[in-house]
Design a protein around this ligand. Sequence first.
Ligand SMILES: Nc1ncnc2c1ncn2[C@@H]1O[C@H](COP(=O)(O)OP(=O)(O)OP(=O)(O)O)[C@@H](O)[C@H]1O
Length: 328
Amino acid sequence: MEAEAVVEAQGLEKSYGETVALSGASLAVEGGEVFALIGPNGAGKTTLVRALTGTTEPDSGQARIMGDSPTSVDRSRLGVLPQDFSPPDRLSAHELLAYYAGLYDDARDPDDVLADVGLADTGETRYEDLSGGQQRRVCVGATLVNDPDVLFLDEPTTGIDPAGRRTVWRLIEELAASGTTVVLTTHDMAEAERLADRVGLLAAGSVIARGTPDTLVREHGGASRLTIETTADLEAFADLEYPVSQPERGRGRNPDNAVVVRDIDPAAIATVVDYLEARTIVYTGLTWSEPDLEDVYLELADETELEGTDRASDGAEGTNLAQAGETA
Ligand SMILES: Nc1ncnc2c1ncn2[C@@H]1O[C@H](COP(=O)(O)OP(=O)(O)OP(=O)(O)O)[C@@H](O)[C@H]1O
C-alpha cells in the first residue's frame, strides 16, 4: 500500500449469496486527490464504496481510511453520499441541512452549504417538492455540513441538469483544491475526465485499470478517428491508405450510416475528402475526434459485459483484461 494513501482497499472480496460483488478490489487514494470509480452496472462500485465507508463488511481483504478501519474512523471527518440516499422529505432543504448539521459539534452554516450547491433561493421548499436534481444537490449538501476531510460521493450528479452538474463539479473542484480527498462513482465519462486526478475502472468486482485520465486514454483509448457519414459500404474505401471500419457499437453513429477512418492526423483529412470526391462517394458529414475516456470504457469495461452475452462471439474484437490489469 502507498504510504500517503488516505483511502485504501486491498483485495476486497464480497459476495451476496451466489453473486460476487467484489472479487479482490484494490485501490489507494492520496490526500487531496479526486478519484473516480467508473464501470458498468453491477461492476461493484457501490459495494466498494460501502466497504470503504463501513456500511458493508467485506468477506475478506482490508479497507482503511486515514489509517483507521472504516468502522472505527472518526465519522465527523467523513462525508458520505450513498447512491440511494433519501432524507426525511417533509423537511425543507434548509431544515434538512440544519438537521444534519445538528449531528456535529462544529458544523457549517446550512445557508452557506445551500449556496455551495446552488440552492440559496430554494431553502424554504420542502424536500419532497424539489425536482429530482435539486434533491440530489441537497443530498450532496448534506455530506458537506461537517466540512469533511474525506468525501465519498456515489453518483453525485445523477439526475442533475447540465447547469446544476457544473455547479456540483465546481464545488468538488474547490473542495479538492482546499485539500478534501474525494472518491466518487459516476457513469458520466465527461465528469470523470474533468474532475478526476485518477480514475479506477471497475469490472466484475475488481479494479482492472487505473491511472490519470490521460494515461488511460493513451494506453487503452485507441486511435483518433474520422467519422464519415455515408451509406457507402466499407469496400468503397478499400484503396484508402488508412485503416477503415464501421463505428463500434454503443458509440456515435448508426453503423449503417457511417464509416470510421482510424489513426489519421487532422492535417490529412483533405486526402480523405479528395478520395471521396474522386470516387463520387456521397457523404453528409465528417467529424474528427481524439480518443477519450469513453473509448477506454468501451474498450475495457464493455468487453467484460460482452463476455457474458451472445455478442461475445459475433466477431467483436476481444480484449485481454489480464493485460489491461498489468498496466494498472
Ligand atoms: N445488498 C445486496 N444484496 C444482494 N446483491 C447485491 C447487494 N448489493 C449489491 N448486490 C449485487 O452485487 C453486484 C454489484 O452491485 P453494485 O451495486 O456494487 O454495482 P455498481 O457498480 O454500483 O452498479 P450500478 O452502476 O448499477 O450502480 C450486483 O450484481 C448487485 O446485484
